[in-house]
Design a protein around this ligand. Sequence first.
Ligand code: SF4
Length: 74
Amino acid sequence: MSSVPFGLCAGCAHQRVVGNTRGSSFSLCGLSRTDDRFPRYPRMPVAACPGFRPRDGRPTDAEDARRREDEPHG
Ligand code: SF4
């Protein structure tokens, strides 16, 4: 069986991969439990998502930009 192209979700800390008895895998969005904007099973592959958070703890581009704005200048 080929792997499911999860797109952005594959590297997101909110993703949980769940399987069924027939060997298929589905990408579950953990944010769906607390935020209605996110479907429990997003349509794959996800190309862009405002809830994306890298698994390795790196800040997202938006968080990085915010942090730079907060740093003192000069
Ligand atoms: S927050 Fe977005 S990128 Fe992360 S698992 Fe949910 S749908 Fe995928």
